[in-house]
Design a protein around this ligand. Structure first.
Ligand SMILES: [Zn+2]
Length: 109
């Protein structure tokens, strides 16, 4: 399987996130990123995906960086926890995920 499409999407998301973090940092430094988050997010590309994380931009950035590292070391298509292959459909939806659905549910539960 080819990782280049996923890598490009992750890099695009990373760029969008970095821009957003910089903007948030400038605009609402004193408030953090809670109330205004959904409004700002709706203006940007890849936002449905990023919002589905339910995390802050910094956390999302960490996940994206980790996914990029997993692409580099060849482990991208395999679950970090149990090692099974993560379905393409899941990676297309959540290109930054490091876990299969079962493990993700257990970790989040
Ligand atoms: Zn798993």
């Amino acid at each position: 399987m080819d990782t280049s499409d996923y890598k490009q999407r992750l890099l695009d998301m990373k760029q969008a996130l970095t821009n957003r973090i910089n903007a948030i940092d400038k605009d609402i430094r004193h408030e953090g990123m809670t109330a205004d988050w959904s409004e700002q997010a709706s203006e940007r590309e890849n936002d449905e995906v990023l919002e589905s994380l339910g995390n802050t931009s910094e956390q999302a950035l960490l996940m994206i960086n980790y996914a990029l590292k997993r692409i580099e070391d060849g482990s991208y298509f395999h679950c970090d926890e149990c090692g099974i292959e993560i379905p393409n459909a899941r990676l297309e939806l959540l290109p930054f995920t490091a876990h299969c659905v079962n493990c993700a549910e257990e970790i989040e539960a």
